[in-house]
Design a protein around this ligand. Structure first.
Ligand code: SF4
Length: 273
């Protein structure tokens, strides 16, 4: 976490169904924007994902996702509000030419979604402060995928914001043949389990800070959403409080994951050894 105030060293340990993950960070004791927590969440998720990859490998399953394979970049990607602001910041830092190409592709995507009649629904989804269930979202996901629209951040089948891509993009790893991902409607793929659900935890964190339901912001409208909601981007709290709240959300989600996999939790909530 970054900030301009003094910091406290914090050593974290978290048990996941695939094993234990640890990290050490400097936590600002003063006020930080909510986006400050995003890198930590992603680091924890990356460690947890590596444990899942190792477990799959030991069982003889290999991850088939490779650089340059962008079959999954035609699905609707949901972002939490902190991630939408984080992505917007990352795009702002890109060289002007790269930024211009992204905005050009976003315009193209916007036009295609408008033609297909999906744009108002996606914009409404980003703005709703009511809970949206997976079942309610399913028709939109299907209609979006049917368009086979390449993600506006995709250029020559490479992600132009790879280091800043949303958690939903990072979470998806498959062990089924890569070509199966080209026809998800007819060919279900085998995905690796996700134990550290950062996007959901960040959504819950934002909801708790804003006293509203977690938001699901569709990627094609995430930058315009972040721009429109810029006054809210300073929403945050002391770094230490933000970390506590985030870890509490993460732990609740992890508990659900332990229960879903019928694995007894290996320890109490996140410890600071
Ligand atoms: S942000 Fe990057 S990884 Fe995610 S869907 Fe778009 S191009 Fe693919």
């Amino acid at each position: 976490m970054s900030g301009t105030t003094s910091t406290e060293r914090c050593d974290l340990a978290l048990s996941t169904p695939a094993g234990r993950i640890t990290t050490s960070i400097e936590v600002p004791t003063g006020f930080v924007p909510v986006t400050a927590i995003v890198p930590l969440g992603r680091e924890l998720a990356a460690q947890a994902q590596q444990l899942e990859i190792d477990a799959a490998t030991q069982e003889g399953r290999q991850v088939s996702c490779r650089q340059g394979c962008a079959a999954c970049c035609r699905m609707l990607v949901p972002l939490s509000a902190p991630e939408a602001f984080h992505l917007s910041d990352a795009v702002t830092r890109l060289p002007e030419a790269a930024r211009a190409r992204i905005h050009e592709r976003l315009e193209h995507t916007r036009a295609a979604l408008e033609t297909a009649g999906l744009l108002p629904g996606l914009q409404a989804l980003a703005e709703t402060t009511h809970p949206v269930s997976d079942e309610e979202l399913e028709p939109t996901n299907r209609a979006y995928y049917a368009l086979r629209l390449p993600c506006p951040f995709l250029e020559a089948d490479r992600c132009t914001v790879y280091d800043h891509r949303p958690s939903a993009c990072r979470d998806l790893l498959v062990t089924s043949p890569a070509e199966w991902c080209n026809d998800l409607e007819h060919q279900p793929v085998n995905t690796l389990p996700v134990s550290v659900r950062v996007s959901t935890a960040l959504g819950l964190l934002w909801a708790s800070l804003r006293q509203e339901a977690p938001r699901l912001i569709p990627l094609p409208v995430a930058l315009e959403w972040a721009h429109r909601h810029a006054p809210e981007r300073a929403t945050g709290s002391k770094g230490t409080d933000l970390l506590d709240t985030f870890l509490d959300k993460l732990w609740r989600l992890l508990s659900q994951e332990f229960a879903a996999r019928q694995v007894p939790p290996a320890s109490a909530p996140p410890s600071q050894p």
